[in-house]
Design a protein around this ligand. Structure first.
Ligand SMILES: [Mg+2]
Length: 262
C-alpha cells in the first residue's frame, strides 16, 4: 500500500533540541510515524558521517538522508560514500588559477584540527564534519573582486557557491527543496509531503511541501512570515522537539480523519 504521508525534517532546532540535541520530546510522534509506516527523511546541513549515529538510533529508521544542506542524498541501505562528488569538486578547485585558489581555505585544507579550531567543535565531531561527500565549505580570505573571479572559474566547471553566515560552501548545486522533491518522487510519489524546519535554509523546503511546519526557534534567525501562512498550507508550531511532537501528531490525526471521510 502506498503511504499517505512522507515527512521531511530538519534536525538542529527542529527535531533536535537547540541546546541538548535530544529528540526525546518527540518520542510519541516518532512512535506514531513508525506505527503508521510513514517514511521519515532527515534533511540537514550535516554530513552523512555526522548523521549516521542519529539515523541508527532513531525509532523511525530514516528512508533517506538529505545531507550537506541538500548537496547530496544517502538512500537507506546505501553506503554513505555512494555517488558522492567531493573528489570531483576538489579536482575543479585544483583547476582554478593558483593565486585565487590560495585565497580559499576549505575544510580539506584545514584538516579536522583546523576545522575544530575554527568551529569550536570537539575534535571527534570536527572529524565527522570534515568527512564531506558532496560539498566543500571554507573561508574566503581575499577581496570581493578576487572572490567574483574565483567563483566565475568554478561556475565554468559547474560548481555553485552559497555564502552562509561564516562559510562559503561549494557544491555541484541542489538544495534541501530540490532533494525533497527527488526523494518524494522516488519513494512516495503520491504521498502528502510534510516538511518541518526552523531556519532560513529550510524555507525552500517548507514552501515546496504540501504542508510546511515552522518550528519556533527563539535562539536563531527564525523564519519571516511566508505566503502560505494565510491559507494554512504553512503553519507555525512550538519550539524544538516538543513543538515537532505536537504538530506531527495533530497533522497525522487531521490526515487520518480526512482520509476516513473521503
Ligand atoms: Mg535547524
Amino acid at each position: 500500500m502506498p503511504s499517505d504521508l512522507i515527512i521531511f525534517t530538519d534536525l538542529d532546532g527542529t527535531l533536535l533540541d537547540h541546546h541538548s540535541y535530544s529528540y526525546a520530546a518527540a518520542q510519541s510522534a516518532l512512535s506514531r510515524v513508525v506505527k503508521e509506516s510513514f517514511p521519515l527523511v532527515l534533511s540537514s546541513s550535516k554530513t552523512a558521517a555526522e548523521m549516521a549515529a542519529l539515523a541508527r538510533e532513531l525509532p523511525a529508521s530514516p528512508a533517506a538522508l538529505i545531507v550537506e544542506n541538500g548537496a547530496g542524498v544517502v538512500w537507506s541501505g546505501e553506503d554513505t560514500a555512494t555517488g558522492g562528488r567531493h573528489g570531483a569538486l576538489m579536482e575543479a578547485l585544483a583547476r582554478v588559477t593558483p593565486e585565487l585558489r590560495a585565497l580559499f581555505e576549505g575544510f580539506a585544507d584545514l584538516g579536522p584540527e583546523g576545522v575544530a579550531r575554527l568551529t569550536g567543535l570537539p575534535p571527534a565531531e570536527a572529524a565527522l564534519a570534515s568527512r564531506r561527500d558532496w560539498s566543500e565549505p571554507g573561508i574566503w580570505r581575499g577581496s570581493e573582486e578576487a572572490r567574483a573571479a574565483f567563483l566565475a572559474e568554478l561556475a565554468a566547471q559547474g560548481v555553485t557557491a552559497r555564502q552562509g553566515g561564516r562559510f562559503l560552501t561549494l557544491s555541484f548545486g541542489a538544495d534541501k527543496a530540490d532533494r525533497m522533491k527527488e526523494v518524494a518522487d522516488r519513494i512516495a510519489p503520491t504521498a502528502h509531503v510534510l516538511a518541518l524546519g526552523d531556519a532560513p535554509n529550510d524555507i525552500g523546503m517548507l514552501e515546496a511541501a504540501d504542508t510546511g511546519i515552522i518550528i519556533a526557534n527563539p535562539h536563531g534567525a527564525g523564519i519571516p512570515p511566508l505566503p502560505g501562512e494565510e491559507t494554512g498550507r504553512i503553519r507555525r508550531a512550538g519550539e524544538g522537539p516538543a513543538g515537532w511532537n505536537a504538530a506531527v501528531l495533530a497533522f497525522i490525526d487531521e490526515l487520518t480523519s480526512a482520509n476516513r471521510q473521503a
